[in-house]
Design a protein around this ligand. Structure first.
Ligand code: HAM
Length: 417
């Protein structure tokens, strides 16, 4: 579980601000759901046999004896809230987004944490390929707006549950002939979730799958048409993608469209966003027959990509605000009063908590990237002025106490317009 330190927070804020702006321009509304949910929400929603439910959930009994889980993903909780508050009765279509921490007990490594953050997007109530394309186009636009260029989008169709059943029999039959050569994990997958074998990172397992039957060859025309319309909409919006029949996703609720955004810059945990269509989940969780589609972005992985992109840019430091430097006890008190006036009009300002040498105060002001320093020595105190020195231009001028707020009201000085 990571700490996000102050010099990294700007990446997080940028991701949040740009996402919200873009999502809201597509008509999405924010929803906030709790971290703790009843365990069965996830075992029913995500699938009992998935790795997430089998191995990765933070589950415990609370003081009242209820089994609760710290959410490993957002979709199930959003659907629970959608049902609990009958959002479907308010409008036929609900377009929702949310962001926050998720928890999976995984083996930590670069880009894989036990507490990580997702930005999640869901459209509930429509089964049109346009909705699938809409979320993918929006995500693609967001990634570009953040300045990330080195990434791939892979798309696939998983067909419907009915189409999958006979196909899975066929797949298991084929794979059983080569079973002993699969890695240990894949031997378990073969019994519990055979399609996940396609997702194995082991090169040998991948080569064994090369000639396995593909679902797309056994799909209904409805599913195939859905997939081709989805791709047509992506083409029209200029979204670049590759088709990859190996994209099967790790959660059980997907049907038809599935997609993943990845970047080779992330190493082995290369997927920084993923999603797809889930037409049974709402019903599975006790609601009316309601289709859905959505995705989640892994924020930590996005931050890694933004940092990579930053390395190619010239570092740029933002200077703002006024640092007060007092040179006597009386000056120290006056600085507090003046500083408060500036803070009350949202101008960033600060000073030391004890009286220090002028040199030490200037050094700190510079280190903290203040734009200027207001010096208050004996002489200034008598005259009722501060000496305002700009770190950018070196320019220095006297400003009366009364004029200070007016002066920093000038464009470019004030933080909050
Ligand atoms: P997911 O593929 O399990 O999908 O997770 C989405 C993203 O969360 C991944 O692509 C990855 O970037 C990030 N992620 C997952 N696990 C970790 C981890 N342990 N550490 C860091 N990042 C991680 C879902 O969760 C679905 N609910 C997405 C969705 C929404 N499908 C439809 N609607």
């Amino acid at each position: 579980m990571n700490d996000v330190l102050p010099d990294e927070v700007r990446y997080w804020r940028n991701i949040e601000t740009v996402s919200k702006r873009i999502f809201e321009s597509y008509g999405f509304l924010e929803i906030r759901t709790p971290i703790l949910e009843e365990t069965q929400l996830f075992s029913r929603g995500i699938g009992e046999d998935t790795q997430v439910v089998q191995k990765e959930m933070y589950t415990f009994e609370d003081k009242g004896g209820d089994r609760v889980t710290m959410r490993p993903e957002a979709t199930a909780g959003v659907v629970r809230a959608y049902l609990e508050h009958s959002l479907y009765a308010q409008d036929a279509v609900s377009k929702l987004y949310s962001l926050g921490p998720m928890f999976r007990y995984e083996r930590p490594q670069k880009g894989r944490l036990r507490q990580f953050h997702q930005i999640d997007v869901e459209i509930l109530g429509v089964d049109t390929p346009y909705a699938d394309a809409e979320v993918v186009i929006m995500l693609d636009r967001l990634v570009r707006a953040l300045g990330i260029q080195d990434y791939q989008l892979e798309v696939n169709t998983l067909g419907t549950l009915e189409e999958r059943k006979p196909y899975l029999n066929k797949l298991v039959q084929y794979l059983s002939n080569v079973e002993s050569s699969f890695c240990e994990d894949c031997q378990v997958r073969l019994k519990k979730n055979p399609q996940r074998i396609f997702d194995c990172k082991n090169k040998h397992c991948q080569s064994l799958c090369d000639r396995a039957p593909l679902l797309i060859n056994d799909m209904s025309s409805d599913s195939l048409n859905h997939f081709s319309s989805f791709k047509k909409y992506l083409d029209e919006a200029g979204v670049v993608y590759q088709e990859n029949p190996r994209i099967v996703r790790g959660l059980d609720y997907y049907e038809k469209t599935a997609f993943e955004f990845s970047s080779s810059q992330l190493g082995s945990q290369s997927a920084f966003a993923g999603g797809g269509r889930y037409n049974r989940l709402v019903q599975e969780l006790g609601g009316p027959d309601t289709p859905g589609v959505g995705f989640a972005i892994g924020c930590e992985r996005l931050v890694l990509l933004l940092k990579e992109a930053d390395k190619k840019k010239q570092p740029e430091t933002k200077f703002d605000g006024i640092y007060f430097a007092a040179m006597s006890d009386a000056g120290f008190e006056k600085c507090h009063t003046l500083m408060q006036k500036l803070r009350d009009v949202s101008v960033k300002s600060d000073m030391d908590y004890t009286l220090k040498s002028l040199k030490a105060q200037l050094r700190r002001a510079n280190k903290l990237h203040y734009k200027s320093v207001a010096i208050l020595g004996e002489e200034e105190l008598l005259k009722g002025v501060v000496t305002l020195k700009s770190f950018e231009t070196g320019e220095q001028k006297e400003i009366t106490f009364d004029d200070l707020v007016k002066h920093v009201d000038e464009p470019g000085q004030k933080l909050v317009p």
